[in-house]
Write a protein that binds this ligand. Structure first.
Ligand SMILES: [Fe+2]
Length: 205
């Protein structure tokens, strides 16, 4: 990493009170219908990320994510992730060997992110997906990375000690987009913009 791409450390906010599968009286939460749960919580799925915890357990957590999202950050962590696409098609970008690769994940398909592969889910309007991730061990760092859309150079790598990624990532990406210094590529001068809601490119439909 060059001196220009400073790594910024963020303090993580307290984990919100999310469902753990156990009710306040100690009983196990009864089965519930996924699509009805999504409809009940529809207003909670807000850009830029559009995610909400379905389950926040000890060993893993599950998020439901509704499109559109509006983000151009990549995420890297020493953990695996499991994607399944419930409704509509999305693109998951990965950063592999210095280039950005578009993986089209169609409705009904699943997709796996191996550990330490930078990835960026791009979700058009009207889509619904689910992601399962490992609960991070204490002290494990998460990276939120911005690459230049013109030349693929690293623009910024933000490091988190992160128990909750819903709030911390949103705040971090907003402050990046607002800062012309931080969001400008040191290699080619292109500025990484705050993106609008993701729209599936013609060539991938
Ligand atoms: Fe660039």
């Amino acid at each position: 990493m060059s001196e220009d791409t400073a790594t910024t450390k963020h303090v993580n906010p307290p984990t919100p009170d999310e469902p753990t599968g156990v009710e306040p009286d100690g009983s196990v939460t009864s089965p519930f219908h996924l699509m009805k749960w999504i409809e009940t919580h529809r207003s909670d799925f807000q850009p830029p990320v559009g995610n909400k915890y379905l389950y926040s357990g000890r060993d893993f957590f599950v998020m439901v994510i509704a499109g559109p999202n509006a983000r151009n950050d990549f995420h890297k962590v020493d953990s695996e992730e499991f994607f399944t696409q419930i409704q509509g098609d999305i693109v998951v970008k990965t950063y592999e060997n210095g280039a950005i690769v578009d993986h089209l994940v169609r409705e009904g398909e699943t997709f796996f992110i191996p550990p330490n592969v930078p990835h960026a889910p791009c979700r058009p309007a009207g889509t619904l997906g689910m992601v399962v991730e490992r609960r991070r061990p204490p002290g494990e760092l998460e990276h939120q990375i911005f690459y230049c859309e013109k030349c693929n150079a690293l623009v910024e790598d933000n490091e988190f000690d992160c128990a909750d990624i819903v709030i911390a990532f949103k705040d971090a990406m907003e402050s990046f987009w607002e800062d012309p210094e931080r969001s400008t590529c040191k290699s080619c001068g292109h500025r990484v913009p705050k993106p609008g809601p993701y729209v599936m490119p013609e060539g991938l439909r």
